[in-house]
Ligand binder design. Structure first.
Ligand code: FAD
Length: 453
C-alpha cells in the first residue's frame, strides 16, 4: 500500500560510496524515515588516498552536519603551484586565499577515509538509515512503479568460510537510487531496456595513488618543505602528471599520478585496480626531477597500487520510472578537476530537496520529481566531466605550439590575471563550480521545472 505521508516513502540506495552516503544523509536530514543502503563490500573499505574538498562539497556537507569533523583534520589550501615535471621549474602559481571569503567555504584537502567516515558517522546518528553491508544488489526486476531488485547477502561468518549461506531475497521499495559507481549494473540494465548503446570509455590513462608518511620524509629538507606547505603542487610532463598535497594535519603527503595505461589495456575483464610495479613506476617518471623521484622512491616495494581511469559516454537520461542513477553511475569523470565526489554529493543533496517537495505521494509525482533532479544536475555534471578531460589534455601536451601557448598562459599568471590551463585553479571555472548552491537552485526551481513535465 502506498504511504500516505511523503516522509514514509521506502527509499533504497544501492552503493555506500560518496554518492550513496550523501544521498542517504540528505534524505534523513529532510525528514525521510525509511532509507535502506545496500553495499556489496563488508565495510566502507576506502583506499588510502587524499581528496580535494572543494567549497561546493563543503557547503553541502555543512548543511548536512557532516563538515566540522572533516574540516578538523583537513588542510586549508593557500595556493597551488604548477611545475615542469622534468626540471621542477614553476610554470604557474595561483593564490587560493580568496576562496573562503568569496564562497564562504575554504578549498581544503583531506583523507578519503576521513570524508567517507564522517559522512557515515553522520548517517549512523540518523535512525532513519539502515546499512546492509556485504549485500550485493543485482537484477532489477522492476524500475517502477514499485522498484524491485534482488539482494544477495554474502556468506556470513568470514574467516574459515564456515558461515551460514543466506539466500537471495527480493527488495521492493517506493524509490530506488543506484549509486553503484562507474561499473553500475543498474545503469547497464536501464540502458539495455531502452536500447541505448552507451559504453564505458577507456581513457587510456591510469593512476598510482601514494601516501607518504611525514616520518619517511623527515631527513629530506626539500620534502619536509612540501609537506609543511598548505599547497597543492602539480608536476606536469608529456602524457603524465603528478598532483600532491599534505593531508591528515600534515602527517601524510598524498600523491596521485596520471600516466598512459600500459597494464590494464590488455586486461580481458573490467579490472580497475592492480598491484603496480615499483621499477615500472620509477621508469614512467624517470625523466622527472630528482625531488619527485626521491618521493616516489619512498614507496615501499610491493605497495604500489595502480588504478585504471575509466569514464562513460554521456547518458540521455538518468531516470526510469521511480529509479534514478547517482554519482559515478551516471557521470564518472577524470580526476583532473577534483570534482567526482563533489558532484556525487551534489546529486544526493538535490535528490533530497526534490523528493521533499513532492506535491503528491504517487508514482507519477515521484517520477516527475526525479526528472527535476535530472534537469537540475545533468548539464552541470557533464560540463564538468568535459572540463576535467580538457584540463588533462592541456596538462599532458608534448613539445609544440600548443604547449608554448599553454606555458605562456601559465607565465602570464605571475604578472596578472588570465585563464589557468589547470582548470580547477582557474577563477572563472571556480566561480562556475563553487559559486552555485545546488540545493538552493533545486529549492527555487522545483515548481517551475515540475510544472513543465
Ligand atoms: C585518482 C582519483 C582521484 C580523485 N580525486 C578526487 C578529488 O580530489 N575530489 C573529488 O571530488 N573526487 C575525486 N575523485 C572522484 C571520486 O573518487 C569519485 O567520483 C567518487 O568516489 C564517486 O562516488 P560514487 O559513490 O558515485 O561511486 P563509488 O565511490 O565507486 O561507490 C560505489 C559503491 O557502490 C558499491 N556497489 C557497486 N555495485 C554494487 C552492487 N551491485 N550492490 C551493492 N553495492 C554495490 C561499491 O562497492 C561502492 O562502495 C577521484 C577519483 C580518482 C580515480
Amino acid at each position: 500500500m502506498a504511504p500516505k505521508d511523503v516522509l514514509d516513502l521506502h527509499i533504497c540506495i544501492i552503493g555506500a560510496g560518496m554518492g550513496g552516503l550523501a544521498t542517504a544523509l540528505a534524505l534523513a536530514k529532510q525528514g525521510f524515515r525509511h532509507v535502506d543502503v545496500f553495499e556489496s563490500a563488508s565495510n566502507l573499505g576506502f583506499v588510502g588516498a587524499g581528496i580535494q574538498l572543494a567549497p561546493n562539497m563543503a557547503r553541502i556537507l555543512d548543511k548536512l552536519g557532516a563538515w566540522s569533523d572533516i574540516e578538523r583534520e583537513a588542510v586549508d589550501l593557500k595556493d597551488t603551484s604548477i611545475r615542469q615535471g622534468s626540471t621542477d621549474q614553476e610554470l604557474g602559481h595561483v593564490d587560493l586565499n580568496y576562496i573562503r571569503a568569496t564562497y564562504d567555504y575554504p578549498h581544503m584537502v583531506g583523507h578519503r577515509a576521513s570524508l567517507a567516515g564522517s559522512i557515515y558517522a553522520a548517517c549512523q546518528r540518523e535512525k532513519a538509515i539502515t546499512f546492509l553491508f556485504a549485500t550485493q544488489a543485482s537484477e532489477v526486476q522492476s524500475f517502477g512503479p514499485q522498484p524491485c531488485f534482488t539482494a544477495t547477502p554474502r556468506k556470513s561468518g568470514g574467516g574459515g568460510g564456515g558461515g551460514e549461506e543466506k539466500p537471495p531475497y527480493p527488495v521492493t521499495c517506493d524509490v530506488l537510487f543506484a549509486a553503484d559507481g562507474v561499473k553500475s549494473l543498474v545503469r547497464d540494465q536501464m540502458l539495455r531496456l531502452h536500447n541505448v548503446d552507451a559504453k564505458i570509455i577507456d581513457t587510456g590513462q591510469a593512476a598510482y595513488r601514494i601516501m607518504l608518511r611525514r616520518e619517511d620524509m623527515r631527513n629530506d629538507p626539500e620534502l619536509l618543505e612540501l609537506i609543511d606547505k598548505e599547497s597543492v603542487t602539480r608536476w606536469i610532463g608529456e602524457k603524465r602528471h603528478i598532483i600532491a598535497y599534505p593531508v591528515s594535519n600534515k602527517q601524510i603527503y598524498n600523491m596521485s599520478t596520471v600516466q598512459p595505461d600500459r597494464n590494464f589495456a590488455a586486461a580481458p575483464s573490467a579490472t580497475y585496480t592492480t598491484k603496480g610495479s615499483k621499477p615500472q613506476m620509477m621508469e614512467v617518471f624517470g625523466d622527472f626531477c630528482p625531488k619527485v623521484k626521491r618521493m616516489l622512491d619512498l614507496v615501499p616495494d610491493g605497495e604500489v597500487c595502480e588504478w585504471k581511469l575509466r569514464v562513460h559516454e554521456p547518458l540521455p537520461f538518468w531516470v526510469d520510472e521511480q529509479t534514478a542513477l547517482v554519482g559515478d553511475a551516471c557521470h564518472p569523470t577524470l580526476p583532473h578537476l577534483a570534482q567526482g565526489a563533489a558532484q556525487a554529493i551534489e546529486d544526493g543533496a538535490v535528490i533530497a530537496v526534490v523528493l521533499s517537495k513532492l506535491p503528491a505521494v504517487t508514482p507519477e509525482a515521484i517520477n516527475k520529481a526525479l526528472r527535476v533532479y535530472e534537469k537540475v544536475r545533468m548539464a552541470r555534471a557533464y560540463t564538468l566531466v568535459e572540463l576535467a578531460a580538457a584540463s588533462g589534455r592541456a596538462m599532458h601536451l608534448g613539445e609544440g605550439a600548443a604547449k608554448e601557448e599553454r606555458d605562456r598562459q601559465f607565465a602570464a599568471l605571475k604578472s596578472g590575471k588570465g585563464p589557468v590551463p589547470d582548470k580547477w585553479a582557474d577563477a572563472d571555472v571556480q566561480r562556475m563550480i563553487y559559486g552555485r548552491d545546488v540545493m538552493k537552485i533545486a529549492e527555487e526551481e522545483f515548481e517551475g521545472i515540475y510544472a513543465t513535465l
